[in-house]
Design a protein. Structure first.
Length: 445
């Protein structure tokens, strides 16, 4: 008599495969953003080492996880290496060719993000609609272009300068006069240091990002639908910060994904990409217009994602790097997250940071840290102290069956956190009610 093979939970199978891979994880970080992930993986039982490239950020994570002063010296030690930013693609490819398990980019995916013009051309090559745009390295040429082609424009720095999110400018004038004034101001304040930038036609609609993990062959399901809140103040007022908070949900059936990331599946497989990628879009009743790629972890996207993932994150990272993971177990409903920041955020001002924020203590009213993710902090005598130089203290997340439930969870947790001179958005997720109605009516949910 032949016994039937017993069914085994897919997550249990993945845990066995992760155990076979090994439990030594090396995190290579540009700015120290990966601390929360490294700490979570450590708490799952992995041996963890973390390297930070930026010198001013190297205190981040002290006291939380073991640090490395030179990540290359630990390559042989590591069973899996995780890179948290663009610009490491060539190194990732070299390590993969040498037989290492690597979660990270490729030269192709680096270029998708860093070279906006290339990203737009690749979208068109994959038969995806794009907005008209043009790259410049001269302020005078850009001004002349707007004068010759009056329209509402978005001014987007390219290359390394795009990390300074406060330089991105979204024009409102239909003749582009506000963008021209901004270009004159940048020419006087930045000059040749500004580098290349892009002018993109502005279109009205809902801003939404579609993100997914890719295992070298295919996208993992479900995929992640994200709504970012980029302005400093509630109701989308003030300076662009990169991000102040995000709301999201997971879905296995998304027209947004099918029309944006899915067409790249074959190309990403050919490039050997194993990591996370998302594309930020403007959508309306006419169509979906991809704006830019983030071919790495998004911040704070990945931390909010983790609050909705039901399996060990370290095993998932290894599964993506090894090409053995095809699905993710996630919670139903919604996740939200908000940064608590301190001066000089979102600006870079060393004097202000040292005066108001350096070594300030993050205090918890109750000994309850669920949903509180350490960002630019270190641990001294079991206390969280703010370090680095940008003023991002913590991210607080919440999860729930409805968006309101998730918001309530997050803001209740925020009330448990005391950060002197701290500030945060009070409306993360509020746009969902109106945005979801529009997306349903356009057939995009």
């Amino acid at each position: 008599m032949i016994e039937k093979e017993s069914k085994e939970d897919p997550s249990a199978k993945r845990r066995k495969k992760s155990a076979q891979i090994g439990n030594k994880m090396l995190f290579v970080s540009r700015w120290g953003e990966i601390l929360d992930i490294a700490l979570a993986v450590k708490n799952e039982g992995y041996q963890v080492k973390m390297f930070i490239e930026d010198r001013a950020s190297r205190e981040i994570g002290n006291g939380f996880v073991a640090k490395a002063t030179d990540w290359r010296k630990h390559v042989e030690w590591a069973d899996c290496i995780v890179f948290d930013y663009t610009g490491y693609g060539k190194i990732c490819d070299e390590l993969r060719a040498a037989g290492k398990l690597v979660f990270g980019g490729t030269p192709y995916t680096d270029r998708l993000e860093l070279d906006r013009n290339f990203g737009q051309s690749e979208l068109r090559r994959h038969k995806i609609k794009t907005l008209a745009s043009k790259d410049f390295d001269s302020f005078s040429e850009a001004i002349a272009h707007i004068q010759a082609h009056p329209n509402a424009y978005v001014l987007k720095p390219s290359g390394e300068t795009q990390e300074l999110k406060q330089l991105l400018f979204v024009g409102n004038d239909d003749r582009g006069l506000d963008v021209i004034r901004m270009l004159y101001a940048y020419e006087k304040s930045w000059g040749d240091r500004f580098g290349t930038f892009q002018l993109q036609h502005k279109v009205k609609g809902i801003e939404v990002a579609i993100g997914a993990y890719f295992n070298g062959t295919r996208f993992l399901t479900p995929v992640n639908i994200t709504f970012e809140h980029k302005k400093l103040f509630p109701k989308e007022l003030g300076v662009s910060t990169g991000e102040m908070g995000t709301s999201m949900f997971w879905t296995t059936d998304s027209p947004l994904f099918q029309k944006t990331l899915k067409p790249f599946e074959r190309t990403l497989a050919e490039q050997g990409f194993r990591g996370h990628i998302d594309v930020n879009c403007i959508v309306n009743g006419v169509g979906i217009y991809p704006l830019e790629f983030t071919s790495r972890f998004g911040y704070p996207q990945v931390f909010i994602q983790r609050s909705g993932i039901l399996e060990p994150f370290g095993g998932m990272l290894q599964g993506v790097a090894a090409g053995t993971q095809n699905q993710i177990q996630v919670k139903k409903g919604f996740q939200v997250g908000a940064y608590i920041v301190v001066p000089p955020f979102p600006y870079d001002d060393k004097k202000t940071f040292e005066l108001f924020s350096k070594d300030a203590v993050v205090v918890f009213k109750k000994d309850q840290m669920d949903g509180v993710h350490p960002m630019h902090v270190k641990k001294v005598n079991d206390q969280w102290l703010i370090t680095g130089n940008t003023g991002i203290a913590v991210l607080v997340t919440g999860s729930g069956i409805t968006m309101r439930d998730a918001q309530r969870s997050m803001y209740n947790r925020i009330q448990n956190v005391i950060v002197n001179n701290g500030y945060y958005r009070t409306d993360i997720g509020d746009r969902w009610l109106e945005d979801s109605d529009k997306l349903w009516s356009w057939g995009l949910l």
